[in-house]
Ligand binder design. Structure first.
Ligand SMILES: [Zn+2]
Length: 66
């Protein structure tokens, strides 16, 4: 069984017997992570990982209001 990556349309092989809800699988093609939200029927949703793309510019947005 396979699901199709929403990012690059590449089929990602997923065995419903080997995954559990809450697990994540990764697309080999684009590296996108998908969380298993349901195993019956098999359903995956993109995982938003905030900040992981940044390298050294993590302080770019910082406001200090009083
Ligand atoms: Zn992909």
């Amino acid at each position: 069984m396979a699901v199709v990556c929403p990012e690059c349309d590449t089929p990602i092989p997923v065995d419903p017997d080997e995954v559990e809800e809450g697990e994540t699988v990764q697309c080999d093609e684009c590296g996108m992570e998908l969380e298993v939200v349901s195993v019956d029927p098999l359903e995956l949703a993109p995982v938003d990982i905030v900040g992981y793309d940044d390298e050294d510019d993590t302080l770019a947005v910082e406001e200090d209001e009083e």
